[in-house]
Design a binder for this molecule. Structure first.
Ligand code: ADP
Ligand code: MG
Ligand code: ZN
Length: 483
């Protein structure tokens, strides 16, 4: 193989679809509950029967406004729905109600961190739209050649969040998605449950020779439903495009799909342009006017967002940036940490235990922190026992595990098992004497300068005490005795 003639830069823009957390659909009162029998959540409106009229769900609009404000978008005082016309069997009306020339939100941004540096990723627009249905192909269901359609999803409210082509690597794309998801979760806009299709991503990718100003021709890879796949699809697509350019050929602007089993993208159809969709204003819905007061009110209802929380954690609790990142990775983890910190002002110690022991146990069990059998009060009680010298740090870890398994409190476990650390000097002196008598040879060796025997003797004493002797005291008393 010949080396590359030049270096290339990749350019990526993402379109993210997020399901808004409403109980009913965007233009009718059907339920949005996931996992119902096929076509149970349907009515004439979302089945696109002739003569029906859509009515906008106010809650969906409110959540979409939240999405805009949480990502620093300007909310358009006047916005309008539009029909996007295309034929597909999962789209009963033959058009999707979306927004086109007057979207809800414009010009926002999301901050990401890559290799320690902050980078601002621009958002072009956020608009509202309805989801389509779902095709189920019979090949795996014992009815080869047949396809079925489930309309439970038609009319589920979505926001589409379109980024500027500001991303420059698969890793940046993944980080952007991570932050965006976190913001939508914090703002309670969407559950962002990727297994249920709450969050889906299309990746637009192009490459250009380093130093070139104009963007290259892009492809769009559709419906990526995990962050890992987004990153991999982008990396695959970049390689593919560079190879084509290196051969002197040009990229075809097209829509592609990702095969996660093979790790490749493949062509789905040539790229459609806006005019192919014959967009026009939706005549069945009035334009939406949004007053300044309503925007202000929505703004005031937004909870603290992840970036702010991270900064506050670093400031208030004097913990490293890394810790603050882990502890704000979900609102529930952050709440857990803050509750613990309010009960015990050793902020870094708490951070270590939450990030280490607790999150590890929960991850092993596939549990969320709100389901933790160890509550903040329980953790703090354990940490106080270390402070008092009742438990060594090592014993505390054992007690922690038992607390996690049995849901008993630290004090219950310590008293039931007689686990408390031995800090009584005379008890330890007895142990020291016993070990010295049993190991006269080793004591002789130590006296002759073989210093590492000391560690062996400490080990024997600790073992004899079943790990309960205070190690610092053992060291001191042993030294006194031998000398
Ligand atoms: P379309 O409806 O054609 O997909 P949109 O405006 O909805 O167009 O989305 C275009 C997306 O593609 C945006 O995220 C934008 O940042 C991105 N994009 C545009 N041009 C390029 C390019 N040359 N390379 C990579 N991404 C691009
Ligand atoms: Mg697109
Ligand atoms: Zn309906």
């Amino acid at each position: 193989p010949v080396g590359r003639r030049m270096n290339y830069e990749m350019v990526i823009g993402l379109e993210v679809h997020a399901q808004l957390k409403t109980q009913s659909k965007i233009f009718c009162s059907c339920s949005t509950t996931f996992g119902k029998p096929a076509n149970e959540n349907t009515c004439p409106v979302c089945l696109g029967m002739p003569g029906v009229l859509p009515v906008l769900n106010k809650k969906a609009l409110q959540l979409a406004m939240r999405a805009c404000l949480a990502t620093n978008c300007r909310i358009a005082p006047m916005n309008r729905f539009a029909r996007k016309n295309y034929f597909y069997p999962d789209l009963p009306k033959g058009y999707q109600i979306s927004q086109f020339e007057l979207p809800l939100g414009l010009g926002g941004y999301v901050n990401i961190r890559v290799n320690g540096a902050k980078k601002k990723i621009g958002l072009t627009r956020i608009h509202m739209e309805e989801d389509a249905g779902k095709l189920i192909h019979g090949d795996n269901l014992g009815s080869p050649g047949k396809s079925y359609v489930d309309f439970n999803r038609t009319g589920i409210p979505l926001v589409e969040i379109v980024s500027e082509p500001d991303l420059r690597s698969g890793e940046e794309a993944r980080e952007y998605l991570t932050q965006l998801k976190l913001i939508l979760e914090y703002a309670e806009v969407s559950d962002c449950n990727m297994e249920e299709g709450n969050l889906r991503c299309d990746a637009n990718v192009s490459v250009r020779p380093e130093g070139q100003k104009e963007f290259g021709i892009r492809t769009e890879t559709k419906n990526l439903n995990s962050f890992r796949f987004v990153q991999r699809a982008i990396e695959y697509e970049v390689d593919r495009q560079i190879k084509i350019l290196e051969q002197g050929d040009s990229i075809i602007q097209e829509t592609r799909l990702y095969d996660s089993n093979k790790g490749v993208t493949f062509s789905m159809r040539s790229k459609e342009e806006a005019h192919d969709y014959r967009y026009f204003p939706e005549p069945d819905l009035v334009p939406v006017e949004i007053s300044d007061e309503w925007i202000k009110e929505t703004m005031s209802e937004l909870p603290e967002l992840p970036e702010k929380k991270r900064e506050r954690f670093i400031q208030n609790y004097k913990i490293p940036e890394y810790d603050a990142g882990v502890l704000t990775a979900s609102k529930e983890i952050a709440d857990y940490y803050e509750k613990s910190a309010s009960l015990y002002p050793e902020f870094k110690v708490i951070s270590n235990w939450v990030m280490g022991e607790l999150l590890r146990e929960l991850k092993n069990d596939g549990q969320k922190i709100n389901e933790s059998p160890i509550k903040p009060e329980d953790l703090v009680e354990l940490l106080k026992l270390i402070d008092k010298g009742t438990l060594s740090a090592k014993m505390a870890k054992t007690v922690f595990e038992e607390m996690y398994q049995s849901s008993k409190t630290a004090i219950e476990i310590v008293s039931k098992k007689g686990l408390a650390q031995i800090t009584d000097s005379s008890a330890i002196e007895n142990l020291v004497d016993e070990i010295l008598q049993l190991n006269t040879d080793q004591v002789e060796q130590y006296k002759n300068g073989k210093e590492k025997v000391f560690g062996f003797l400490v080990g024997q004493i600790m073992k004899k005490s079943k790990g309960q002797a205070d190690p610092a005291l053992v060291n001191k008393l042993l030294k006194d005795r031998i000398n």
